[in-house]
Design a protein. Structure first.
Length: 97
């Protein structure tokens, strides 16, 4: 997965924050398992992902698709775009569990 993140950061010209990297590692790990089991999501109701961003994500994911013999659906790319782009829910440092 680190190859995906490095490739994405290079293609997009951005540095992904550690908080988003953690969220992506968790999501992409589950995503790969779902795709191997043929249970990927087929619809996404979140924010629309611009075509240029979809192309960057597809290019960055090409390594994972090749290594795991899976195809990342556009709906999943939209979900990942939201993780990369929009605010995430973070626990405040002083907040107790």
């Amino acid at each position: 997965m680190s190859s995906f993140l490095l490739r994405y950061e290079h293609l997009a010209g951005v540095t992904v924050s550690n908080e988003r990297k953690v969220a992506l590692y968790v999501h992409i790990s589950c995503l790969i398992e779902r795709l191997i089991r043929h249970a990927g999501i087929t619809a996404w109701s979140g924010q629309q992902c611009p075509e240029q961003e979809l192309n960057r994500l597809r290019e960055a994911f090409s390594v994972i698709e090749s290594n795991y013999s899976v195809k990342i659906p556009t709906a999943e790319l939209g979900y990942i775009h939201n993780i990369l782009t929009f605010e995430t829910e973070l626990i405040e440092q002083d907040q107790q569990f």
